[in-house]
Design a binder for this molecule. Structure first.
Ligand code: CP
Ligand code: NVA
Length: 299
């Protein structure tokens, strides 16, 4: 039984396979002869808001021949305190696969273990693996092979998105620089598990941006952290992608954002609009990458 629970646990060969498949899914959209989810019904169990992840999975599952059911955690008994372990054992007897967006990584892992059906992490506080697979696809489309490239993440370096970037860099061997203030740097326990010598964490924003092939950012206030908004905005104010920062990167560097974007916070409106084509291709590629993930899980 395969699951996609994190990039940490996804070996390099599988990442490469998924990227090849995502490119193929994009090229062949509307002309698929294989419908690997035929006669299957998948559930999307979401405890947090979503636009891109929800829609890309709903469309992707249908395009692969399956049926799909969106279950907001507030509408099922999970939201009233039914344990994830019971939810998993019930839904595992009815659904063919599950896509889960929640807070604790352990909930996705428990669900996968107890449900007995393929399970996908559609974002937890710890990781956002599906996002980074679509981002890697987007970079490959524009820059080709990634291995000698430099990706610089700017902003909240401790949240799910940069952590999944860390594991992508660890497995694929490209250089990753994370520019964040001390209190928003990745958990030292994660950094201690790395073998790559090409993953750097720094407070020096300008140095981290210098010569980069990709500048990447995410929201300063992740879902579930709303109460810390004022503190985060004050602490992270300097860690913004603005025109001067872009001018330090390699000429023609990509600027990327997983979305939703808050203009004037993690990115200026000017930079966002100048790089909207890349950013919305990232969003589009969520669909193609999800289809690659779904097909791989049931193969
Ligand atoms: N980037 C991303 O996961 O977007 P949603 O929260 O809209 O799904
Ligand atoms: N770090 C963000 C990602 C949103 C797609 C969050 O968790 O809210």
């Amino acid at each position: 039984m395969k699951h996609l629970l994190s990039l940490e646990s996804l070996p390099r060969q599988d990442i490469e396979l998924l990227l090849q498949s995502a490119h193929r899914m994009k090229a062949e959209r509307g002309r698929h002869s294989a419908h690997p989810l035929r006669h299957q019904c998948w559930g999307l169990i979401f405890s947090k808001s979503s636009t891109r992840t929800r829609v890309s999975f709903e469309v992707g599952i249908r395009e692969l021949g399956g049926d799909v059911m969106f279950l907001s955690a507030n509408d099922i008994q999970l939201g009233r305190g039914e344990p994830i372990s019971d939810t998993a054992r019930v839904l595992g007897r009815m659904l063919h696969g599950a896509v889960i967006r929640t807070f604790a990584q352990s909930d996705v892992e428990d669900f996968a273990r107890l449900s007995g059906i393929p399970t996908i992490n559609a974002l937890t506080d710890a990781e956002h693996p599906c996002q980074i697979l679509a981002d890697l696809q987007t970079i490959e489309e524009r820059l080709g092979d990634l291995s000698e490239r430099v990706v610089t993440f700017v902003g909240d370096g401790a949240c799910n998105v940069p952590v999944s970037w860390i594991w992508a860099a660890e497995h694929l061997g490209f250089e990753l620089r994370i520019a964040a203030p001390k209190s928003f740097q990745p958990d030292p326990a994660i950094l201690a598990r790395l073998t790559s010598k090409k993953i750097h964490v720094t407070e020096e924003l300008e140095a981290a941006a210098a010569g980069a092939d990709v500048l990447y950012t995410d929201v300063w206030v992740s879902m579930g952290r709303e109460e810390e908004a004022a503190f985060r905005q004050a602490q992270l104010a300097h860690y913004q992608i603005h025109p001067k920062l872009v001018s330090l990167a390699k000429p023609g560097a990509l600027v990327m954002h997983c979305l939703p974007a808050y203009r004037g916070k993690e990115i200026t409106a000017e930079v966002f609009e100048a790089h909207a084509e890349t950013i919305f291709s990232q969003a589009e590629n969520r669909l193609h990458a999800q289809k690659a993930i779904l097909s791989w899980l049931v193969s």
